[in-house]
Ligand binder design. Structure first.
Ligand SMILES: Cc1cc2nc3c(=O)[nH]c(=O)nc-3n(C[C@H](O)[C@H](O)[C@H](O)COP(=O)(O)OP(=O)(O)OC[C@H]3O[C@@H](n4cnc5c(N)ncnc54)[C@H](O)[C@@H]3O)c2cc1C
Length: 381
């Protein structure tokens, strides 16, 4: 079906598909077992412009649109969902807020290295007592002359073990609640900033997730993103875009699962003749197409918002992420079920997809949070 993609968008998708098959897929199962960060893979993706897809070319980015971004991310995630989230966080959660809320000095300082693969970025919002309720931040940022001093502990930072730059949210004025949070771009090599414990998870094993410890970390005021007190707005706007990336990641997982299930039924005529099994795969394939349309709609709306600031895409992003994540879980569950015992083998593709898919329902806002966003757009309080 012609989705009206431009020649540039199609070429970018084809380039990502070629890299996904040649560079990303071969080590994916091994990285899942060892949790090895996909460092070499990222260098190749950087050369193709995939680490800074939407970043302006002035800062070393590819200067492309959000539709191109989701097309590429689906291809990468189909090959390796862990690499998919590494790429998604770098683009959506780190490059985006620095480019759109940072001053010129911060953009020049951080973006070229995030786009060319010198650094990968981390996003530090979640804390032991601040996840869904992001306003409950305990990390503090205290002004001292031309700097801020940051103190606190962040958890579940994707890329945390490998990153060179982070976006950090911290309270500059606790008395103001949400409006007392500020956002900062921080050099991970600065004194007082270090990765803590690795987080051992059920899936997305190669994404270097860790705690991030900030102990008397000095950050120049020129690296603040937005005004003092804008941090909550920066976080929510950034996550709206991030959710489109996670929707694309979930599409990649769902597509891999549907392809695996269909191939298995074709290769096993005994099972393949079962209409019940065929229908299960047919349902997953249909949901995958629907999820892709929702994701493209969200990406198109985000692209429109870049020209017209009055265009919002929170609802579109939440609906895409909600539906694509649940589609990935259903498709991966079906793949394990259809393959039977072979689908449960440790690090068999079906089993890896099953573990990776579940996490798409959790990060960058759980499915419950996405429903809250959609409900709010319908006027519910
Ligand atoms: C692999 C992985 C990578 C991650 N990477 C990052 C990262 O890079 N940076 C970062 O900052 N964070 C990251 N996170 C954290 C993630 O975004 C949070 O875990 C998520 O937002 C949920 O917050 P929480 O952990 O505090 O859970 P909680 O808020 O405690 O939620 C637990 C459950 O309760 C439900 N719940 C909570 N409040 C409500 C409510 N009011 N109504 C209904 N249901 C509710 C939630 O939906 C969820 O099902 C990552 C998490 C994982 C698993």
């Amino acid at each position: 079906m012609d989705l009206g993609l431009s020649r540039e968008q199609q070429e970018f998708q084809e380039r990502a598909r070629e890299l996904a098959e040649r560079v990303v897929a071969p080590g994916a199962a091994g990285r899942d077992l060892t949790s090895e960060f996909p460092e070499k893979v990222l260098r190749e993706l950087a050369a193709a412009g995939i680490l800074g897809v939407m970043v302006d070319q002035r800062y070393g980015g590819a200067g492309r649109d959000c539709v191109s971004y989701v097309l590429a991310l689906e291809e990468i995630s189909r090959a390796c969902a862990a690499t998919g989230v590494v790429v998604s966080v770098n683009n959506s959660l780190v490059c985006f807020p620095i480019e759109h809320f940072g001053g010129e000095e911060a953009r020049q300082r951080f973006l070229p290295a995030l786009c060319d693969g010198t650094h990968v970025g981390g996003f530090c919002l979640t804390e032991p007592n601040a996840g869904t309720d992001a306003s409950a931040q305990q990390t503090t940022a205290r002004r001292e002359g031309d700097d801020y001093i940051l103190d606190g502990t962040k958890i579940f930072v994707t890329n945390g073990l490998a990153c060179g730059a982070i976006v950090v949210f911290a309270m500059t004025d606790r008395s103001k609640g949400n409006k007392g949070i500020s956002a900062f771009a921080v050099d991970k090599c600065s004194p007082g900033v270090r990765a803590g414990q690795a987080e051992h998870k059920m899936g997305i094993n190669a994404s270097g997730t860790s705690e991030m410890l900030l102990e008397n970390a000095r950050v120049p005021a020129s690296h603040r993103l937005g005004n003092e007190g804008d941090g909550f707005k920066v976080a929510m706007t950034t996550l709206d875009g991030g959710r489109i990336g996670i929707a694309a990641q979930a599409l990649g997982i769902a597509r891999a699962a549907v392809e695996l299930s269909a191939a298995h039924l074709r290769e096993n005529p005994g099972k393949g003749r079962s209409q019940a099994l065929q229908h299960r795969v047919a349902e997953c394939a249909t949901e995958l197409e629907a999820a892709r349309l929702l994701t493209l709609r969200a990406a198109l709306t985000k692209d429109l918002s870049m020209q017209d600031r009055s265009v919002r895409y929170s609802r579109e992003a939440a609906q895409a992420k909600l539906f694509a994540a649940e589609t990935a879980v259903r498709a991966a569950t079906a793949a394990v079920q259809l393959l039977g015992p072979a689908g449960t083998a440790r690090s068999a593709l079906a089993e890896r997809l099953f573990r990776d898919a579940k996490i798409t329902e959790i990060y960058e806002g759980t499915s419950e949070v996405q429903k809250m966003v959609v409900a709010a757009s319908l006027g519910f309080r």
